[in-house]
Design a protein around this ligand. Structure first.
Ligand code: PGA
Length: 250
């Protein structure tokens, strides 16, 4: 049985004050969440602060990216090994904003994935097609390419401890959500790609949906057989909405 994960991707948002308020709001409402696991992914600079705020709770901590290097002369980078030191469980890799704004290629994402696994963190590997990909009928090919970039290098065993997040680029931050049927179709496809190599890993891997998920649309998305939770951007910045989504996973 796959336990739902509802993870907040805070992106480039927050301050010491607003983050303290957000975490206390989440903790106050947390007992309404029956089944889902909760995680928050703040900007790197706040990891230590949030680690402190989460003491005594079972909310997991994650980072939003990591370097494709281990250490050395790489100004501005943060290594997976450093992230691990701040009590992180998860590390988002290959988010479409990293791919499209900062140029992370499938190969870079695969290298980051390897660093994350090596340091005992759980990668949340994001995949997703653009609107153009979808309109041209290339959704499956694009998703398969993004997953195969990791599968080909590290094998299916690397997915035994990984999470995949399907995030259609056209749905991120746009208010347009994939319909539950559209999302389910791709989630099923992702499970088939993994299943072609290992059925057990495919049956156990959690596949999250991301892209304008809100309390109002979460229930139908999360009711789909292959959707195991959400990676939440905008709605994760309000405790009430974030918990509302997690309640929908109950
Ligand atoms: P959104 O972002 O919920 O604001 O669409 C999701 C994400 O980018 O992870």
């Amino acid at each position: 049985m796959r336990r739902s994960l509802v993870a907040g991707n805070w992106k480039l948002n927050g301050s010491l004050n607003s983050i303290s308020e957000l975490i206390s709001g989440i903790r106050e409402r947390q007992d309404q969440v029956k089944n889902a696991e909760l995680a928050v992914c703040p900007p790197f600079i706040y990891l230590s602060h949030v680690q402190g705020l989460l003491q005594g709770s079972d909310i997991s901590l994650g980072a939003q990216d990591c370097s494709d290097q281990e250490s050395g002369a790489y100004t501005g980078e943060v290594a997976a090994e450093m992230i691990k030191e701040f009590g992180c469980t998860y590390n988002i890799i290959g988010h479409s904003e990293r791919r499209h704004i900062y140029g992370d290629s499938n190969e870079t994402v695969a290298t980051k994935f390897a660093h994350v696994i090596k340091n005992g963190l759980i990668p949340i590997l994001c995949v997703g097609e653009t609107l153009q990909d979808r309109e041209e009928g290339h959704t499956e090919v694009v998703i398969a390419k993004q997953i195969n970039a990791v599968l080909d290098l590290f094998g299916v065993k690397a997915f035994a401890k990984a999470i995949i997040a399907y995030e259609p680029v056209w749905a991120i931050g746009t208010g347009k959500t994939a319909t539950p049927e559209q999302a389910q179709e791709v989630h099923e496809e992702i499970r088939l790609i993994i299943g072609a190599q290992n059925k057990d890993i495919a049956a156990n891997i959690r596949i999250l949906y991301g892209g304008s998920m809100k309390p109002e649309n979460a229930e139908h998305l999360l009711a789909q057989p292959d959707i195991d939770g959400g990676l939440i951007g905008g709605a994760a910045l309000k405790a009430e909405d974030f918990i509302g989504i997690a309640i929908a996973a109950n």
